[in-house]
Write a protein that binds this ligand. Structure first.
Ligand SMILES: N[C@@H](CCC(=O)N[C@@H](CS)C(=O)NCC(=O)O)C(=O)O
Length: 268
């Protein structure tokens, strides 16, 4: 474990080990960095509470607090960790390739996942999971809770989740995911990992938002049967000790909400 200099202290505010919360937890674990884990309970809307909004005015997890400096947005957090702790790296090599071409490839795939995957998988997740939470809240109480959501887009997402997303939006999201899976399947036929021959932040991004649970969330896509390169890559990522450790961290999702597809499979 790298030596922590002076009073240096990392705190990581996060929810369940999935999606964005998993995405920045993985580099912390891969790099062996000691950090204080602070669980933010999204089921209780803790992300919009005064104490948390004082830390992140956008009212979202995850958040990295490095000696009082607050860093938000997972792609930014993960590159920040590379800049501040360049020598803390897993045995497989740096999470951001050291050469300019490798770093550019890693950033290309990070951008691809951020723009073309994340929000579309998220929409299906919100439609299935968050809808259950949002629709169980009484009218007046729901409006009161929404008055604390800082980001207008996020407020709209909560309101939409309550009634359910429109089928045409869900279909569009599905098309985007299929497009991304096809593109990544082809790419992984020629490359071991997204940025090339070594595991990087781009793999962490796609795994956290899609690779980990795509077969359970979208059984009709038959990923296990039709996308051997993604399966080979996913199993290699899942086998990493840092990934195993992160996936075992606290998950307070109500057991009844742990199904993505209604088929009884847990989401993590
Ligand atoms: N772009 C942000 C997105 C963060 C985000 O969407 N966080 C979700 C959890 S995965 C959240 O806090 N949702 C609760 C809410 O917005 O009320 C990032 O990369 O960190």
């Amino acid at each position: 474990m790298p030596e922590l200099k002076g009073l240096m202290m990392l705190k990581y505010y996060h929810a369940e080990p999935l999606a964005n919360s998993l995405k920045s937890m993985l580099p912390l674990k891969e790099k062996g960095l000691a950090y204080e884990s602070i669980y933010v309970d999204l089921h209780k809307f803790e992300q919009h509470s005064d104490w948390f909004v004082a830390i992140n005015p956008e009212g979202q997890v995850p958040v990295l607090d490095h000696d009082g400096t607050i860093i938000t947005h997972t792609t930014v957090i993960n590159e920040y960790l590379e800049d501040v702790f360049p020598d803390a790296q897993p045995a497989s090599g740096p999470l951001r390739p050291r050469d300019a071409v490798g770093a550019a490839r890693m950033r290309y795939w990070n951008k691809f996942v951020d723009e073309h995957v994340m929000n579309f998988v998220s929409m299906h997740g919100w439609h299935r999971l968050v809808r259950v939470i949002a629709s169980s809240i009484e009218d007046g109480q729901f409006e009161e809770l929404m008055s604390h959501v800082p980001l207008p887009d996020q407020k709209k997402k909560w309101e939409t989740a309550r009634s359910g997303f429109a089928q045409k939006d869900l279909d569009h999201a599905t098309d985007k995911i299929v497009y991304a899976l096809d593109k990544i399947e082809q790419h992984l036929g020629e490359n071991a990992y997204l940025a090339g021959e070594t595991y990087s932040l781009a793999d962490i991004n796609f795994y956290s938002h899609c690779g980990l649970m795509v077969d359970r969330m979208f059984p009709d896509m038959k990923v296990n049967e039709t996308r051997p390169n993604i399966v080979r890559w996913r199993d290699a990522v899942s086998a990493r000790p840092a990934v195993q450790e992160a996936l075992q961290s606290e998950d307070r999702t109500a057991p009844g909400l742990r199904t993505w597809s209604g088929a009884g499979t847990e989401h993590s």
